[in-house]
Design a protein around this ligand. Structure first.
Ligand SMILES: NC(=O)c1ccc[n+]([C@@H]2O[C@H](COP(=O)([O-])OP(=O)(O)OC[C@H]3O[C@@H](n4cnc5c(N)ncnc54)[C@H](O)[C@@H]3O)[C@@H](O)[C@H]2O)c1
Ligand SMILES: O=P(O)(O)OC[C@H](O)CO
Length: 409
């Protein structure tokens, strides 16, 4: 192989910076396969410098640009404070410059910002780049439901897998052992054509990744032969760390969907905790939530979602467990009930600019199910939506759980 992969991260929040750290640690260890520097696109903003002697020596005591803080102090002082980032993780405020020439794009943004970001990237990336989406959410538009891995494929015309798991960012950044799942089912003919840039050599990808409501076929440019193959072995080298155990599976949709829908269940669990109703009630909510996650996958991603992903992989059951105990969605829902305010208010007040994914996912999923006339099959998702919009109260939950205890997949 004569070429090395150029890896970039798009997004620099709590998880974006953590994944950036992992990638940069690995590109430094595998310089035979990857360029050592990893560029990270940062949505530029002015940030206050924490009252810390070393940081103040490096950055001063006036607000600074976030990119300057990351590239000087090697710390994301706003979204991942207290964690040392490798110095080969290079913050870049210019999105198009970040993706230029990159062969592996890792998307790690709150889903709210994805569509606009993809519009800005279009035409500035390599046609044969490959992508991994770490985004937890779904895109609902014109009556269809799409995963962000799909949206990336459609908007940029490049193959995209997904990464999701029980991965509370602060714990991963502190290097406490955890697992993750990567869904990747890239085209088998990826490297057969010597000239990857030739338009004549497009590869057709057929229904291996698409939801029922999306187009079933996509034409892809093969990766030139002189790059290391993007396959499960390469992905394990790029993402796996002694503290971050990676399993690669083929169920891209199941992995992405697990990460998106568990946030609705985490909100429900948080509401229960806020009421002080205890672990049995929370367990009942989790059980029904998992059934609804599986049902959603089976209904709208029947060709691709493997039901077992939800029960066997970190992207399924393990993520539900972590998120219903310690995630931001869980804590925000809990505090909202305790303080008698909305979850949106808690997000603004307590999260320091971080973005909840569960509230907008709940609203989007509800809107989609409503259009499909399928709401009654998802009583817990409906309940979370109604609590968020103050259309019902927590007193309705016991009745729902008793009804839900008879719910079968
Ligand atoms: N934080 C976690 O523990 C965690 C773990 C696993 C997966 N995830 C998922 O990773 C994804 C990214 O989450 P995160 O935790 O890195 O982000 P975050 O919640 O820390 O969000 C803040 C990010 O949004 C950016 N931002 C703000 N306004 C923007 C705009 N207009 N355009 C573009 N970007 C803007 C900020 O610069 C910052 O990088 C989400 O889908 C999340 O569900 C998060
Ligand atoms: O903090 P949350 O609720 O966004 O959850 C974080 C991760 O998704 C947990 O795996």
């Amino acid at each position: 192989m004569t070429q090395k992969h150029k890896v970039v991260v798009i997004g620099s929040g709590n998880w974006g910076s953590t994944i950036g750290k992992i990638l940069a640690e690995n590109t430094r260890e595998h310089t035979d396969m990857f360029e050592e520097d990893v560029s990270m696109w940062v949505f530029e903003e002015d940030v206050d410098v924490p009252d810390d002697g070393t940081l103040r020596d490096q950055l001063g005591d006036k607000p600074v640009k976030l990119t300057h803080a990351i590239n000087t102090a090697h710390q994301n002082i706003k979204y991942l404070p207290g964690i040392k980032l490798p110095d080969n993780l290079v913050a870049n405020p210019d999105l198009q410059d970040t993706v230029r020439g990159a062969t592996i794009l890792v998307f790690n943004l709150p889903h709210q910002f994805m569509s606009k970001t993809l519009e800005q990237i279009k035409g500035h990336h390599l046609p044969y780049a490959r992508a991994i989406s770490c985004v937890k959410g779904v895109d609902i538009s014109e009556g269809t439901v799409k995963l962000y891995s799909e949206l990336i494929m459609e908007k940029l015309g490049i193959y995209c897998g997904s990464l999701s798991g029980a991965n509370i960012a602060s714990e991963v950044a502190a290097e406490y052992l955890c697992e993750t799942t990567i869904g990747y089912d890239g085209p088998p003919m990826d490297y057969k054509e010597p000239d990857g840039s030739s338009r004549d050599n497009l590869i057709k990808v057929d229904k291996q990744h698409q939801s029922k409501s999306s187009p079933s076929q996509l034409s892809l440019h093969p990766v030139p032969q002189n790059y290391p193959h993007v396959d499960s072995a390469l992905l394990e080298k790029l993402f796996g760390r002694p503290y971050f155990s990676v399993r690669v599976v083929r169920d891209v949709s199941g992995v992405a969907l697990g990460g998106a829908l568990k946030n609705i269940v985490a909100l429900a669990a948080g509401f229960v905790a806020g009421k002080g109703w205890g672990e049995n009630t929370k367990a009942a909510v989790i059980r029904i939530g998992i059934l609804e996650m599986v049902r959603f996958g089976c209904l709208w991603f029947p060709q691709s979602v493997d039901e077992r992903t939800f029960t066997k992989e970190s992207a399924g059951i393990a993520d539900v467990i972590a998120s219903t105990s310690a995630g931001r969605n869980f804590h925000s829902a809990c505090h909202a009930v305790e303080q008698g305010v909305t979850v949106d208010e808690i997000e603004k007040k307590e999260l320091g600019g971080q973005k909840l994914q569960g509230t907008s996912t709940t609203r989007a999923v509800y809107e989609f199910l409503d259009k499909q006339g399928q709401l009654e099959k998802f009583p817990l998702f409906m309940f979370v939506h109604d609590i968020l919009g103050e259309r019902t109260t927590m007193d309705a939950l016991p009745g729902l759980l008793i009804k839900g205890s008879k719910v079968m997949v």
